[in-house]
Design a protein around this ligand. Sequence first.
Ligand code: FE2
Length: 386
Amino acid sequence: MAKEIKNVEYGLEKIFEGAQDFLPLLGTDYVEFYVGNAKQAAHFYKTAFGFQSFAYKGLETGCRDYASYVIAQEKIKIVLTTPLNSNSPINQHLTKHGDGVKVVALWVEDSRKSWEETTKRGAKSFMEPTVEKDEHGEVVRSGIYTYGETVHIFVERKNYKGTFLPGYKAWKSDYNPTAVGLKFIDHMVGNVGWGEMNQTVKWYEDVMGFVNFLSFDDKQIHTEYSALMSKVMSNGNGRIKFPINEPAEGKKKSQIEEYLDFYEGPGVQHIAVATNDIIKTVMELRARGVEFLSPPPHAYYEEIPARLGKHMNMMKEDLNVIEKLAIMVDADEDGYLLQIFTKPVEDRPTLFFEIIQRMGATGFGAGNFKALFESIEREQEKRGTL
Ligand code: FE2
């Protein structure tokens, strides 16, 4: 199915045959979180994750209903939005889901066409094509619902030279913690309900022209206690990858079911961000107080040379350092990858981050699933949700 692999600025790209790129998608534009206190959330992501102040919208810019802080690191842009009064519909989202991802915005050449093509194929509209203008030009945005109350917004910005979007001003701050080496969003994972994975996969195929290029069933993704199923969707140029998870029956509660219980429905489970130097990035994140899942047992690290096989001699990282930082390693036929997962970044056990460094591998760390899920189960045990 994958025709060609090449190195581009977005990391490894595979060109997928069978995908119909009628949109087409140029990349992730931004991710918008609805949060209870955007000002404090922005401070957390700057301090802990090394994001920089980028743009702002709120009372000072004439927006009376909500405040949005945009933070950036290399190609990653996160918008943190909080309502300013009880009438805002954002409140219902927050009451139900807690802090979480509302918008996965995709950068497109033609927003009107993207909306027309997707709604014509059955997408439910969230926002009709809308032109927003200021002295720097114009942006066209439109949006559709995906799983749960999560939406995709198509952003066309070819006629815009401003900082972020019309209505925002550049946000200059005196507090500028250094970056930690996060480069771009590698993939974003959605959790959907029991029996909903295949219909979500079909939705991405039919409505967005994506292809399903990897699948894992509950026989592959399980521990002694819990299980899940996952299918990975990609757009045609491989820049956008959305694995979709569904819980599966096990002796105890699946981590996906725990997510669904606390998010009260489907939503974004994790955002994987890429780095070129995971050791440096993770040392920095740990020093700044980011909490990661507990490390796999020592035996896991003893098995790494066997798991990496022919790729072991190209591995530059010191295994002792990798183990000390609790980073996990996996390989596929194209190379290896290093990855680590944070604990949830809010009180509800919902959204978390993955830090990933790809050294040729194009997979998602399937060889780590068991060790990873055992770590998550140790956390579920503490929360009384296993
Ligand atoms: Fe992931």
